[in-house]
Design a protein around this ligand. Sequence first.
Ligand code: ADP
Length: 379
Amino acid sequence: MARKTTIRNDDDEPDEPEKSAREGIGSGRGTTRDGGGDEPDQQRYDDELRPSRLEDVVGQKAVVERLRILLDATKRRNEPLGHLLLDGPPGLGKTTLATVIPRELGTELQITAGPSLSAPKDLLPYLTNAAYGSVLFIDEIHRMPPAVEEFIYPAMEDFRVDITLGDGLNARTINMKLQPFTLIGATTRSGMLTAPLRDRFVNREHLDFYTDEELATIVTRNSRKLRTEICPEAAQEIAIRSRGTPRKTNNWLRWTRDYADVRANGKITLEVARAALKMKGVDDAGLEEQDRKYLHTIMHVFAGGPAGVQALGHTMNIPADTLEDEVEPFLLREGFIQRTPRGRMITAKAMAHLGISQKQNPKHPRSGSENPDQRELFD
Ligand code: ADP
């Protein structure tokens, strides 16, 4: 069944149709979200604090500026917006932008996700229900099966679908016209998109990690929404430990609020924020248990690397996809690991962070293993 929702322009209170869009997302997802918690809860949390207008979106300045131009031009010409691909690690605002855009255009939004479209027939209702200029958002679009992907090409290009009826000698294809609509695709893996699909998106935007200042702004704004008092130093502390990701920021803010309510007088001070995050195992660089386990595995099981992501996944008992999507992007950006053609390598910065001396690295000559002749190079 297609889920259709109308985005209103007055966004004080979410109305019923909006709720159905949220349910659409929740039921359509096949992977877990970062930031802990089970999926429906995470979805509800995300929706509660999601900015509803483009002006409320913090950071991503260049992307927002380009989108504003596209939206203004679309409104002036009264034409549907060109298809848009949003890519970037989880929790950076792809769904947020996809929900803000139709609201800005005053048009309808339908939401689904790649893993829930197992055959063309699953996509058909969304396409036939799409009104002129409306938006169809497909999250995790890289996980659509090839048959669905091929089915969507003519829909994107010529606003028609080719439906095959019957099979064998009796098979015939009928064409069905669709209303011109906008497809917004979101992916954490633009590299996994086939070239024909990628090329059909006339607009492509990449979302990058946020600065600590931007995340601190999000903490301050959302603490008002949650009616929680927080001091600026605590907001900064939560921001620094959020791995550049607003979803983390919001999750840590909620957790510190709960902690403050139970262990303090409800106000989030710097001490309260630090104690709350320590209890969650978040260190001062924002690394969590899973990140440290990943680094220790490279260090101790693979002698500092190189290690392939599949091998790391098997050793840690975590899907390689999860490592690639949720763990590695931040570690790479912060210089805790390096990606080489032979695999992932631990860096000196990560070893210093974990409190491991260079000499404990089995690859280090002083540890007595390989290349004793080169010892002096390391001293
Ligand atoms: P993605 O779809 O990329 O996984 P979401 O759009 O669901 O990420 O974002 C997760 C949460 O982070 C949202 O609910 C929202 O509260 C917050 N968020 C994301 N981007 C921003 C932003 N630019 N400004 C403010 N909050 C944001």
